[in-house]
Design a protein around this ligand. Structure first.
Ligand code: SAM
Length: 239
């Protein structure tokens, strides 16, 4: 994809980390597959090469400012859409065990195709709602990291994510200018669901005037059994 050769410099400037030639090639291939598939199924509104590079890939790579280097940690990305931010993180850290979740089957179908094409191991896709997974023993309190970008307001999002995380693990979400306001509104939910003190990390992307933020919330206590509530309730009636 045009301009992708700038990604290593931009990643280095943002995080101080290096992108290998292989990681760049896989990112480039994934971007091409997404833009091609997007002509048939509606995966993303971000399609210009510059926007795909910065707003999808570099923005996803910015998570490393909070995660540091990951090895064989288990990571779940809720409402992943076309695979962001989870799949770019997998390209950086091939050893992670990644679960990509979306409630829309055509999106997880696209991701299955990408996983095959890029020959990735230890990636599974799940077509379901976050609220349903949070009550399933296979997923509940099973992950080191639970990620989300552009899925719901923070009070609802923490009810999707905190039940999925092990004690000692973390929720990590990406937000725009509303981050501090959403965090204030989510304090009660975070406490109820077993979250600890949140950390907010500012992220500035090249050429993007709006400030972005990572919100990192440690899981410090077990989530009470009644959460997450039924599908649809966290968003309709946030804690
Ligand atoms: N995270 C991707 C990104 O930033 O490019 C996609 C964002 S898109 C705006 C939101 C996605 O979340 C959609 O694909 C939608 O199907 C999914 N979604 C919304 N609520 C969900 C839920 N409760 N459980 C699972 N997926 C959900």
């Amino acid at each position: 994809m045009d301009g992708f050769d700038r990604l290593p410099q931009e990643y280095q400037a943002l995080t101080g980390r290096s992108l290998t030639i292989d990681q760049l090639a896989l990112s480039d291939r994934f971007a091409d597959l997404m833009v091609e598939a997007n002509q048939k199924i509606n995966l993303t509104a971000i399609t210009s090469p510059e926007d795909v590079r910065i707003k999808h890939f570099l923005d996803s790579f910015s998570l490393t400012l909070a995660t540091g280097t990951l090895t064989n940690e288990s990571v779940i990305d809720i409402g992943t859409g076309a695979g962001f931010p989870g799949l770019p993180l997998k390209l950086l850290f091939p050893e992670i065990r990644l679960t990509l979740v979306d409630s829309v089957a055509k999106k997880t179908g696209f991701l299955d195709m990408v996983v095959q094409e890029l020959d990735l191991s230890q990636v599974r896709t799940v077509t379901d709602r976050a609220e349903a997974l949070g009550q399933q023993p296979a997923h509940r309190q099973a992950y080191d990291w639970a990620l989300a970008r552009a899925v719901a307001s923070l009070p609802a999002l923490v009810e999707y994510l905190l039940p999925l995380v092990k004690i000692g693990g973390n929720v990590l979400v990406q937000k725009g200018e509303s981050a501090e306001r959403e965090l204030a509104a989510a304090q009660k939910a975070i406490r109820l669901l077993g979250g600890g003190k949140a950390e907010v990390i500012p992220v500035s992307l090249p050429g993007i005037p709006d400030q972005r933020f990572l919100i990192l919330i440690p899981k410090v206590r077990r989530t009470p059994a009644e959460y997450p509530r039924r599908v649809g309730i966290p968003a309709k009636n946030p804690l």
